[in-house]
Design a protein around this ligand. Structure first.
Ligand SMILES: Nc1ncnc2c1ncn2[C@@H]1O[C@H](COP(=O)(O)OP(=O)(O)OP(=O)(O)O)[C@@H](O)[C@H]1O
Ligand SMILES: [Mg+2]
Length: 346
């Protein structure tokens, strides 16, 4: 870190992943939002992040794997604190302690007062020199390069693991927002159900997620028949290991119902925008962000449905963490977002 660095640290505390971005370095860590504890005593933390997920089923102790952030909100303060602290320490490594850095953590638009208080406490307890919470959609807008300072409205769609947010920003603030408590994880669940029903095979959520990433496509095309994979799982009736072939058409069909619900919800949000804001949005189109935006064909599908151009960056899953870090690194931005009610120091 440079001599003049404020030591800005941005954390996207997502329900699927924790992503950490450091000033002058970029995203240095991205790990699943999990904490592994003893079943009898959940204060006893055995591992966090990737290690937690890897240890599951491989330890002789009676353990539970807990996801302390659900639907973008903190369910368990102690475990969320541990997750932030341990992963921040890991990300910072030997650079400098968290207590010497300025930390900005994302909070979901849709979170309730109680959930926000829990998150505030978790972030405060993590022990940075200064800490703040920022609305995740505003952070995503910063990270995605949305012209958020301009006096005209810009629309951003964030598709996360368990939440989808449609936000209109202008002059460093949020003008309108809609949060849906569903996201890309719903597609994994639909794939699990489809594979069981149509192929007689039981697969886990991670396998379903891999199928979505490798073969998933939001647009239907004849070429999808040629994309296939052989899939191993457990036969639903005999319980024995079995292998079946699965094509991208299968995955397209599997995800169609929740995907359609998701995009129709987005269209509905768009159609309810006040006329003057819609006029701002039409010429520039919409911005797409979040890990769920990486699904093949989703930008095209939204563009077709909304009749607008869709801008999608290279690493949409990093936008929130990058935006949090940009804010943490700038006193001016911290103040601007505090004034617009999008940031609170804790
Ligand atoms: N290449 C890809 N294709 C399809 N989906 C993907 C891809 N990469 C990541 N995803 C999905 O993106 C989701 C995670 O996105 P992200 O990291 O933005 O979520 P999050 O911020 O943890 O969740 P939330 O914002 O809902 O709390 C996962 O469901 C993951 O399967
Ligand atoms: Mg997110």
């Amino acid at each position: 870190m440079g001599v003049f660095s404020t030591g800005g640290v941005g954390i996207d505390l997502g329900s699927a992943n924790v992503t950490i971005c450091l000033e002058n370095e970029g995203v240095v860590l991205r790990e699943p939002s999990y904490v592994l504890t003893l079943r009898e005593d959940t204060d006893e933390i055995l591992a966090v992040g990737r290690d937690a997920r890897q240890m599951l089923g491989r330890t002789p102790k009676d353990v539970s794997l807990i996801s302390p952030v659900m639907d973008g909100a903190v369910g368990n303060i102690e475990l969320a604190t541990a997750l932030i602290q341990r992963l921040a320490e890991k990300a910072l490594g030997k650079r400098r302690a968290l207590e010497k850095n300025r930390l900005v953590v994302s909070m979901s638009q849709g979170c309730t007062r109680v959930e926000r208080t829990a998150l505030e406490e978790a972030v405060r307890t993590a022990g940075a020199k200064r800490s703040a919470l920022v609305r995740s959609s505003v952070a995503a807008a910063m990270g995605a390069g949305v012209p958020i300072e301009e006096p005209r409205g810009s629309m951003l769609i964030c598709i996360g693991g368990s939440t989808t947010e449609v936000t209109i920003v202008s002059m460093n603030g949020v003008v309108a927002a809609r949060t849906m408590r569903t996201g890309s994880l719903a597609l994994d669940e639909a794939i699990m159900r489809y594979v069981r029903r149509e192929k007689g095979l039981i697969i886990g959520q991670r396998t379903a997620e891999d199928l979505k990433i490798d073969l998933g496509n939001a647009m239907r095309s004849p070429a999808l028949v040629r994309e296939k994979a052989s899939l191993r799982g457990r036969d639903a009736s005999s319980g024995k290991p079995a292998t079946v072939e699965i094509t991208a058409i299968d995955i397209h069909n599997a995800i169609e119902t929740p995907l359609r619900a998701l995009v129709e919800n987005i269209r509905d949000a768009f159609e309810n925008i006040p006329a003057e804001l819609a006029e701002d949005i039409l010429p520039q189109g919409v911005y797409l962000s979040g890990g769920g935006a990486r699904l093949e064909g989703i930008a095209d599908r939204l563009s077709e449905m909304l009749g607008l151009s869709v801008t999608l960056g290279e690493n949409p899953q990093d936008d929130v963490a990058v935006g949090c870090c940009m804010i943490a690194a700038s006193e001016r931005m911290m103040q601007k977002f505090e004034q617009s009610g999008c940031l609170i120091e804790v």
